[in-house]
Design a protein around this ligand. Structure first.
Ligand SMILES: Nc1ncnc2c1ncn2[C@@H]1O[C@H](COP(=O)(O)OP(=O)(O)OP(=O)(O)O)[C@@H](O)[C@H]1O
Length: 276
């Protein structure tokens, strides 16, 4: 679909594409999870990736990160086919992405500062003093108070843990971060604050964000584009309006359903009775 005048996301030129998945098929035994899936992620966008539970969102994320094998298809990240790349090319790709997994975000025996330094120790050859300074900058970047540096995860609230985990994902100044349900477990205000933070990072750092989410507020407020996983492939991708217009039972019930009633414009939501 050609970009419309109201589409403010980057144009789909090849050099704007950070991740290109083509015809990806992933099977576990006889069970096919992804079947010929294709998806582009563009530089500087927040892409929301949705789909019913158990459809393969995490499998795709893990496949992009090289943690799951695929049976066919290609995935290029920064133009590199990670699966086929040599060690040096892989290392350079790994330094350009950051990941915030849904579970096990932080090491409980390390302070926030030490957690953020884990990827630095693995990939950078810099002095402890510089590492401390860089980690404190990340703490500030994600909106945590300076004294969070010496706290352990058990001393932090859920929202602070997400921010600390994001700080760790940003440790190497990546071009893209992968977030697996970043607002799950947060109260609505904490979730909205986190969305704000992501948008600020996109705007100030030019960060690209790939966000697996079930959070309708995030999809409506923070995402530049949305991709829906269904029938083992990307069923539809595009800005919010494309989702609202798309003819498919699951997509319709998701984006126009009762839970969407507060975020979909009233005249586009059948659940508004007119008295609300
Ligand atoms: N390593 C694996 N071996 C076998 N089956 C797997 C493996 N990883 C995932 N699966 C299966 O793949 C399917 C998709 O799982 P996945 O975790 O990607 O779903 P999801 O869309 O992320 O779900 P949710 O929204 O609930 O997190 C599930 O049926 C799951 O059991």
């Amino acid at each position: 679909m050609p970009p419309s005048d109201t589409d403010t996301t980057p144009r789909n030129r090849d050099d704007d594409v950070i991740i290109r998945a083509k015809d990806v098929t992933v099977r576990f035994g006889s069970k096919t999870i992804l079947d010929g899936l294709s998806l582009d992620v563009r530089r500087g966008e927040i892409l929301g990736f949705v789909g019913a539970s158990g459809t393969g969102k995490s499998v795709l994320l893990r496949t992009i990160l090289g943690l799951n094998a695929k049976q066919s298809g290609t995935i290029e990240v920064f133009g590199v086919d990670y699966e086929r790349a040599d060690e040096a090319a892989r290392l350079s790709v790994e330094q350009r992405w950051g990941v915030l997994f849904q579970q096990g975000a932080l090491f409980s025996s390390l302070t926030v500062l030490e957690n953020i330094q884990v990827p630095m120790r693995e990939y950078l050859d810099i002095s402890p003093k510089l590492m401390d300074e860089l980690a404190r900058l990340k703490i500030d970047l994600v909106g945590l108070a300076a004294d969070a540096a010496d706290k352990y995860p058990s001393e932090l609230s859920g929202g602070m843990i997400k921010r600390a985990a994001l700080a760790r994902a940003l440790a190497l100044d990546p071009d893209i971060v992968f977030l697996d349900e970043p607002t799950s477990g947060l109260d609505p205000i904490g979730a909205a604050d986190f969305d704000e933070l992501i948008m600020t990072l996109r705007d100030t750092l030019g960060l690209t964000v790939y966000m697996v989410t079930h959070d309708l507020d995030s999809l409506f407020q923070a995402c530049d584009r949305i991709a829906v996983l269904g029938k083992k492939k990307v069923l539809v991708e595009g800005p919010l309006q494309t989702m609202l217009d798309f003819e498919d039972d699951w997509v319709k019930s998701y984006f126009h359903g009762k839970r969407a009633r507060y975020v979909v414009p009233k005249d586009e939501n059948p659940y508004f009775s007119g008295n609300e």
